[in-house]
Write a protein that binds this ligand. Sequence first.
Ligand code: NAD
Length: 394
Amino acid sequence: MSQPSSAPAVTVGVLKETAPGEQRVAVVPESVPLLARAGVRVLVETGAGTAAWFPDGAYERVGATIASREDVVGGADVLAGVGAPPPELIAQLRDGQVVIGVMHPLVQPELARQLARAGVTAISLDGLPRTVSRAQTMDALTSQATVAGYKAVLVAADTFGRFFPMLITAAGTSRPASVLVLGAGVAGLEAMGTAHRLGAVVTGYDIRPETQEQIASVGARFLRLTSVAPAEGEGGYARALTAEEQAAQQAELAAKIARFDVVITTAQVPGRRPPLLVTAEAVKGMQTGSVLVDLAASSLGGNVEGSVADQMVLTGDGVRIIGAGNLPAQVPSAASAAYSHNIVALLADLVRDGSLTIDLADEIQAGVVITHQGTVVHPAVAALLGSPAEGGSR
Ligand code: NAD
């Protein structure tokens, strides 16, 4: 472990997450020496890492300071969190303080307005320009989606009443489970690969045609729909479908879904509600004992009609729909370690000559800095709030 060349000039505070069911922590002990090298001191709230199996002592051993929540909020220049800062924390923040998290400001722009009013600089990692190579180590959406895709398969396998692999034993032969994964982004491809490794027969579908090869590369078959044309958007994302396209897609999927034992849905369109792919009619057509895992399920809706965030719904036909919008929280050690690497990479980029430098002309910062010096500076978020962005050259 190398020592910092001079006394750290920036203090990062790590609070215990307060969102229901959240077990992750934004910075893990392994990252503390790396942050020290970048000129960053780490203050950790008592018990912040406990739910992710990182006890206070593990932080202290690598040079972090354990303190009360009040002292962390008061002493930190930057507060690193996993999600958006909760309202009671926003009320305690001071002018000039920086908060980092995954805040989805395009979906909840009001939060940006509140943070701007508090004079807080808000950095939201979901705005990262992911194709910029310098940004890839900071890509929290990717790191967490990987965890979600993996865990979705384990949750499905744990809920499903049969085996995933084909098993030939003296007590009989079990046919492999047939698994359909809708959406072949980071989470979807990870889910396909994991289900394939468990021995299931896996099929994948996405509205972006370039995913066909990626689906094949993780051992899955591509599901071809003929009723809906390809729908690439910008930056490798999908665009939102029109109402007619969506209805056609739902109808064609409904006819195909009945033959699958397990359906895992991962479809998202940036800044929008998740698209509804599986209708109640389609769920009705599935066999008793089938399982759906909806990774898009949140208070904004999901990919499966009838899914409820963080709950399992058992339909009258014996089909289970699992609303699983925050699976990374259920793999807290791995998810926290990956997220913490993202935070280290971001801070290493932001701390220049011993101080945190906000530079809205920088292409990474242009994507992630949402509010600064009392203004909502992110143009897309500002536009949603009906006010022009200021302070940047974007
Ligand atoms: P995402 O979470 O935005 O969406 C998940 C998937 O849902 C996407 O593949 C999308 O096409 C699909 N989808 C949306 N609407 C759909 C519909 N109606 N029907 C079927 N599928 C639908 O995606 P993501 O995981 O964040 O990945 C988005 C893109 O970013 C991908 O092209 C990915 O390869 C790319 N990416 C690039 C990098 C990099 O360059 N370093 C890193 C991560 C992701």
